[in-house]
Design a protein around this ligand. Structure first.
Ligand SMILES: *Cc1c(COP(=O)(O)O)cnc(C)c1O
Length: 366
C-alpha cells in the first residue's frame, strides 16, 4: 500500500495526460505558453477567484505574496507554530520576522486568540494555513486583520478544493497561495504553484514579480524573480483539474469510512468537522495516544502512516529554538506528539481502506 498512489491516478488518465504533454512538446512553447494562461483561467473558474497567477511552486507563491505587499525588514508576520516550514521561512527570507502563534488542537489551525496576543505595531500580516485541508478560522482572522489594517495571506498548499461557507479558500485573504507538489491534492509531475487574489493591482504586480519585474519583456519596473509554471505542468494540471471534483468526493467518502469505522482506545481525536467548513482531505490526521507504538504496529503491517509534522517551528534551529522554552506553545507541542496521518487518496481500494481500519482497531498497547 502507498500513502498516495500517483501511478494509479496516471493509469486512469493516461490517454488524456499523454496527449496533453505531446501537444505541448509539438508546440514547443515551454515558458508561460498558452496552457499556462488556460490553466489560470480554469483555476479561476473552479475557485471563483477574480485572478490567478501561476508560479513555480507553493514556496514561491508565499514568497511572492509577501513581496507584493512590500513586507520586509522591520515587519512582523504572524504564522502558526504548527505547519510546514515554508510558511515561516519565506517570511524570514523577505527580511521580516515570523512571529509564531499557537494553534487550536481540534482543527490544527492557528488560534485567533493567540494571534490577538501576538499583534504589535510592527505586525504587517497574518499567514493562516488551512492545514491538512481543513479551513482555518477565516471569519475571526478577517476581523482581526480589518481592525488592525493588516493583510491576511492564506497558505492553501494543502487545501485546494476546501471551502468555508461554500466559498473556496484562497478567495478570502488578499492572496491565496497554492502548491501543486505531486502529493498535494492537485499535483503536477514536478513542482508548481499559484496565487489567487481578488485585487487587480495585486494581480498586475504579481504578474511582474514572477517574471523579473517586467510588465513587458525587457522593461523591468520592479525587482522580481523567475518563478513561472512550466507549460508542460500546466497542461497536466488542466487534465487533473477536470477530474478533481470526482476525486474530492471519493476522498470525502473514504474519510467518512475512516470516521465511521476507526475504533481504538488510542484515538484521542478524529479529524474535526463543522458545517460550513468543507475539508479537502489532503491528509486524514488523527491525534493518538501511544503514537510511536501504533506507528510501529502499522509499519509491521505494511501500512504507511506519516507524521506531519514532527517538529514545531519554534523548535527549529533556524528559528532560534534556544530562545524558546517548553510550554511556550502548549497546544502545538502537544499535537506534535500525537499526530498520525493515514493513507488517503481517491485511488485507494476499499480493501486497502479496510486493512488500515482493521490494523488500527487491532492495536493493543503492548
Ligand atoms: C507543500 C506546502 C508548502 C510549499 O509548497 P511547495 O510547492 O512544496 O513549495 C507550503 N505550505 C504548506 C502548508 C505546504 O504543505
Amino acid at each position: 500500500m502507498e500513502f498516495v498512489n500517483l501511478n494509479k491516478q496516471y493509469q486512469a488518465y493516461k490517454k488524456e495526460i499523454d496527449h496533453a504533454i505531446d501537444a505541448v512538446l509539438k508546440q514547443g512553447d515551454f515558458i508561460l505558453g498558452n496552457e499556462v494562461a488556460n490553466f489560470e483561467e480554469d483555476f479561476r473558474n473552479y475557485t471563483k477567484a477574480a485572478y490567478a497567477i501561476a508560479c513555480a511552486n507553493g514556496t514561491d507563491a508565499l514568497h511572492l505574496a509577501l513581496r507584493v505587499h512590500n513586507i520586509g525588514q522591520g515587519d512582523e508576520v504572524i504564522v502558526p507554530d504548527f505547519t510546514f516550514i515554508a510558511t515561516a521561512s519565506m517570511t524570514a527570507l523577505v527580511g521580516a520576522t515570523p512571529v509564531f502563534a499557537d494553534i487550536n488542537p481540534e482543527t490544527f489551525t492557528i488560534d485567533p486568540l493567540d494571534v490577538k496576543r501576538k499583534i504589535t505595531k510592527n505586525t504587517k500580516a497574518i499567514i493562516t494555513v488551512h492545514l491538512f485541508g481543513y479551513p482555518s478560522a477565516i471569519a475571526e482572522l478577517q476581523s482581526i486583520c480589518k481592525k488592525h489594517k493588516i493583510f491576511l495571506i492564506e497558505d492553501c498548499a494543502q487545501a485546494f478544493g476546501a471551502k468555508y461557507k461554500n466559498q473556496h479558500v484562497g478567495t478570502y485573504g488578499s492572496c491565496g497561495c497554492f502548491s501543486f507538489f505531486p502529493a498535494k491534492n492537485l499535483g503536477a509531475y514536478g513542482d508548481g504553484g499559484l496565487i489567487t487574489t481578488n485585487n487587480k493591482e495585486i494581480y498586475e504586480k504579481l504578474r511582474m514579480l514572477r517574471s523579473h519585474g517586467a510588465r513587458t519583456k525587457y522593461n523591468s519596473e520592479l525587482i522580481g524573480i523567475n518563478s513561472r509554471l512550466d507549460t508542460v505542468q500546466a497542461a497536466i494540471l488542466r487534465v487533473k483539474l477536470r477530474h478533481f471534483e470526482k476525486e474530492l468526493i471519493q476522498r470525502q467518502q473514504f474519510a467518512d469510512y475512516y470516521n465511521n469505522h476507526l475504533k481504538s482506545f488510542s484515538i484521542i481525536q478524529k479529524p474535526f468537522s463543522k458545517t460550513e467548513y468543507q475539508h479537502s482531505w489532503n491528509y486524514y490526521t488523527l491525534r493518538v495516544k501511544n503514537r510511536e507504538q501504533l506507528a510501529k504496529h502499522l509499519k509491521e503491517k505494511n501500512i504507511p502512516a506519516m507524521i506531519y509534522y514532527p517538529v514545531p517551528l519554534h523548535q527549529q534551529q533556524v528559528f532560534g529554538y534556544r530562545n524558546y522554552h517548553k510550554g511556550d506553545f502548549p497546544k502545538s507541542e502537544q499535537v506534535t506528539n500525537e499526530v498520525l496521518s493515514l493513507p488517503l487518496s481517491a485511488f485507494m481500494t476499499e480493501q486497502e481502506l479496510e486493512e488500515v481500519v482493521t490494523s488500527i482497531n487491532g492495536f493493543t498497547n503492548q
